[in-house]
Design a binder for this molecule. Structure first.
Ligand code: ACO
Length: 331
């Protein structure tokens, strides 16, 4: 079996629900204001799924675009990796629901549960699969209906999140117009797990027939602590990646960070001494879409032709777990 010379992102795509909820809309039923949300987070609006738009549907639409971008058809996909914490159902998994929607008949499919860093976990897993099976075509999807786990009575969290999906097709290179995945570093610290939780309905907090759904069914977090760890961990992992590749910050053409809070992104850029013009930011339009945030931003930056051939791009993310990571792409 030949080892692939390079492992590439051959195509990317995104899909978000049509319905938009602006900060001004939120003012009508949450004790908040456009001014507070904009100044504290950078978010102006988010897309919200209807009951007819579950996680697998958003993911399938993004995947169709990624496959079209790669010039491939669903029948060519050998593996599906679906990063989400809001699957349509627990069994079958979201990756199987997505596979049915796309008509991908057979092959390995699995969900990845790593919150907002899930897409990077998917990229690294895809790299491993293509290394072992050079003929593999791996669909990596980050798709979330975060609003299905949002308590609209908790103003500290409900204003932050949105729904959407992004996808990438990973295969042996070269991929014309695509990117080589040069390196990925993933890390995490389970002792910080209490800072961001979704407990209710899990086997440690089971629901019985007739039970009232409690606050723990929804995203709960200690925002300030998360903020500090997010900046620290992304700064550390990006520097580690640069060191490992003998690169300096000046060698990087674009950073695409997880879109959780504009102030987190600004603090990260400052710590890295990176230029803000070279950071891709779309949080104003989508809010925090968790595992979909990075692939949506990557697909959008490519659709806007903002990543010329020859560019070195860093993806970096953090999420509940806590976990974090970074990837280096060579376009
Ligand atoms: N509207 C108006 N006021 C609000 C709102 C709101 N939506 N939310 C909180 N407040 C109030 C609080 O009640 C508090 O009032 P008080 O001073 O009278 O008590 C005040 O604003 C300040 O609250 P803080 O929580 O201290 O505000 P902070 O400046 O820390 O911003 C925020 C909160 C935006 C959540 C910030 O901490 C943050 O972004 N943290 C990171 C969160 C994050 O990225 N989470 C995603 C993790 S990724 C994943 O895995 C899902």
């Amino acid at each position: 079996m030949a080892t692939p010379t390079s492992i590439c992102i051959a195509g990317t795509g995104l899909h978000v629900p049509e319905r938009i909820l602006t900060n001004v809309d939120l003012e009508r039923f949450v004790d908040t204001s456009d001014e507070w949300i904009t100044s504290r987070t950078g978010i102006k609006q988010r897309h919200i799924s209807s009951a007819q738009e579950p996680c697998s549907l958003l993911g399938a639409e993004a995947a169709k675009r990624a496959l079209a971008d790669a010039g491939m058809s669903p029948e060519q996909v050998t593996h599906v990796l679906m990063a989400t914490f809001t699957p349509d159902t627990f069994i079958p998994s979201a990756s199987y629901s997505l596979r049915s929607r796309l008509g991908i008949p057979r092959g390995m499919a699995m969900d990845i549960s790593a919150a907002c860093t899930g897409f990077l976990f998917g990229l690294e897993t895809a790299r491993a699969l293509v290394t072992v099976h050079p003929e593999a075509v791996v669909l990596v999807v980050g798709s979330e209906v975060v609003t299905s786990r949002i308590n609209w009575e908790d103003r500290g969290t409900c204003v932050l999140f949105g729904d959407g999906a992004g996808a990438a097709v990973i295969a042996s290179g070269p991929a014309p117009g695509g990117a080589t995945i040069v390196d990925v570093i993933l890390d995490g610290d389970s002792s910080l797990g209490e800072l961001l939780t979704v407990r209710g309905g899990g086997s440690a907090a089971p629901l019985c027939p007739g039970d009232r759904i409690g606050d723990d069914f929804f995203v709960q977090m200690q925002g300030r602590e998360i903020f500090k760890h997010a900046v620290r961990s992304m700064n550390t992992v990006v520097r580690k990646l640069l060191d490992r590749q003998n690169l300096s910050v000046a060698d990087i053409d674009m950073i695409i960070p997880h879109q959780a809070n504009i102030r987190i992104i600004e603090s990260l850029i400052k710590k890295l001494e990176f230029s803000e013009e070279k950071v891709y930011i779309n949080i104003a339009s989508y809010g925090n879409t968790s595992a979909a945030s990075i692939p949506i931003a990557l697909a959008e930056a490519r659709e806007k032709s903002l990543i010329p051939e020859g560019s070195k791009v860093i993806l970096t993310s953090f999420g509940g777990g806590l976990n974090w990571g970074a990837a280096l792409l060579q376009f």
